[in-house]
Design a protein around this ligand. Structure first.
Ligand code: ACM
Ligand code: ZN
Length: 528
């Protein structure tokens, strides 16, 4: 036994890159290549962050604050080159999100061709600092997928600006580069649109909220408290800037043709029946949807989107498309006339007409649409980006048709689902469906696809629907540490290893602690 240990140590001495399971490098998501070197770097209260380029100042300052939470001292950010520093530099020769992190006894350097990738390198360094020792090593790292997203529903519950920023901080920590912001739904319209002031005056408020779990067959108990909230355009700009400083793109979702009851309540002519409607006080799927027959509906949507495009520079704009019951359209003379005039077969093709029309408008304005996978029903264009949430199958189908796909199947990526198999015992009230950390980690976004079909998979995303989640502490409990698992699927798909992930995650959890995040303990307590 002694000889075996000796042999392993001898191999490690001559082969510093040998990835032993007791490696001192604990980083999630798992880096692409790690070469361990002897010794370590000692961070002192006087170690500065040296930036070789002014474009790195903002992210250096963001990192300095994060490092300060771990060490007790916020390092100075300077442009004067000194020894024994954390040096950040931009150099050509790296892919967009690729970085090189070199740690020796004498200093640390992060090199990349973009500020975004420098920040990724610093997020890795942050975990090494959290681990208590900064082992000498050379890390070369880059993501498997270009799209790594996280959605937050601010309609079922509203989250103030500071909370949204805090959610964005969590994304940044996990190298997630897209924030999908679900801004409109049956239970509240949350974005100021100057042309339609009633959207927020009326549509952002509901009379009260269901208490306890929703059951469509039961009347339910309500809290009797008016509830509401929305973001002014100035606040939206502030959040988009905040995310951009962290190299995260914000993708807004304006839901059509379903999940539109808050808008219909504000402007009843948007619906087939003309109302009256009321912003929903409970959960579920509303039969009342935008009328697809009246021209005024499209005028409204285009006017809303015109303001949305001014606020959000992202190429991709999410237009919803899920859960749109067809009953109202069947009974509506306007919708039926549209079906006849356009030569459509049925209401599914009417939905397709609706989505195509918005997509054409979006293309004319230089943007692209994302839709939930129901937009596949009734046929879609080749260019629509599909978010596959009903399992991976719709995504597989879309990829085979040649559409770009983001995999976000609910059985892996819905972080509103419970995290343990016994939620009544361990967890706050919520959706009883079950996605453990291990299950989130199991996602294979390229399952069943050929190498050429895999090119259509842009990446992965986790979603947080907030029917049962009313504050940011609860948000943190739901997404941490499952977001770490999602992050590793998106960043390190080709090198996933769950046991190794569990070995590495304590350093990330130390950051959760330092940041005061209310992360779920189940993984660390062996509860699944
Ligand atoms: C969804 O969960 N309805 C996209
Ligand atoms: Zn109609």
């Amino acid at each position: 036994m002694k000889y075996l240990l000796f042999l392993i140590l001898a191999i490690q001495a001559v082969l510093p890159g040998f990835a032993a399971c007791d490696s001192r490098i604990r980083i999630v998501p798992r880096p692409a290549s790690v070469e361990e070197l002897p010794g370590s770097f000692r961070l002192t209260p006087r170690t500065p962050i040296v930036i070789a380029d002014e474009r790195l100042r903002t992210l250096a300052e963001i990192f300095a604050v994060a490092a300060g939470k771990l060490t007790g001292t916020i390092p100075a950010v300077t442009t004067a080159p000194v020894k024994h520093a954390v040096t950040l530099q931009l150099q050509p020769g790296y892919e967009t999100e690729e970085y090189r992190l070199e740690i020796t006894k004498r200093g640390i350097s992060v090199t990349a061709s973009t500020p975004q990738a420098v920040l990724h390198g610093l997020r890795s360094l942050q975990q090494l600092i959290a681990g208590g020792e900064i082992p000498a090593c050379i890390i070369r790292d880059k993501p498997s997928f270009a799209y790594r997203g996280a959605m937050l529903d601010v309609c079922r519950h509203f989250f103030p600006v500071e909370d949204v920023k805090s959610y964005i901080d969590i994304l940044s920590l996990h190298k997630i580069n897209r924030f999908h912001w679900h801004l409109t739904d049956d239970q509240g319209w949350r974005i100021e649109i100057k042309k339609y002031p009633l959207l927020t005056e009326v549509g952002s408020r509901r009379a009260e909220t269901l208490v306890g779990r929703y059951d469509k067959n039961k009347e339910g108990v309500y809290d009797g408290k008016p509830y509401g909230g929305f973001y002014t355009q100035e606040e939206i700009r502030e959040i988009v800037r905040y995310a951009a400083d962290r190299h995260i793109e914000v993708i807004p979702e304006i839901e059509v043709p379903g999940h539109g009851l808050a808008a219909l309540t504000a402007y009843p002519w948007l619906g087939c029946t003309g109302g009256p409607y009321a912003v929903w006080t409970h959960w579920g799927i509303s039969d009342d949807v935008y009328c697809a027959g009246k021209e005024t509906t499209f005028e409204f949507i285009e006017n809303v989107l015109t303001e949305v495009l001014e606020l959000f520079p992202s190429k991709l704009i999410h237009i919803g498309g899920d859960e749109c019951p067809k009953g109202r359209w069947k009974a509506c003379p306007h919708c039926q006339q549209r079906i006849r005039e356009e030569g459509l077969k049925n209401e599914y093709e009417l939905q397709s007409y609706f989505v195509h029309r918005i997509e054409r408008w979006m293309h004319a304005h230089g943007r692209e649409i994302i839709g939930w996978d129901e937009i596949l029903q009734g046929g879609i264009s080749k260019t629509a980006n599909i978010m596959s949430w009903n399992g991976i199958e719709p995504g597989i189908k879309a990829a085979r048709k040649g559409n770009p796909v983001i995999m976000t199947p609910k059985w892996y990526c819905y972080f509103d689902y419970s995290q343990t198999s016994d939620p009544e015992r361990y967890e706050p009230l919520g959706n009883t469906r079950y996605v453990s950390v291990r299950q989130a980690y199991r996602l294979d976004p390229c399952d069943q696809l050929t190498l050429s079909e895999r090119k259509q998979i842009m990446g992965v995303q986790c979603n947080l629907w907030t029917e049962y989640i009313a504050d940011i502490k609860h948000v943190q409990h739901m997404v941490l540490p499952r977001m770490a698992a999602l992050s590793e699927v998106g960043w390190a798909y080709d090198r996933k290893d769950y046991n190794d992930f569990v070995r590495r995650i304590p350093a990330l959890a130390a950051i959760y602690k330092a940041e005061g995040y209310n992360y779920a303990p189940y993984l660390f307590e062996g509860i699944e």
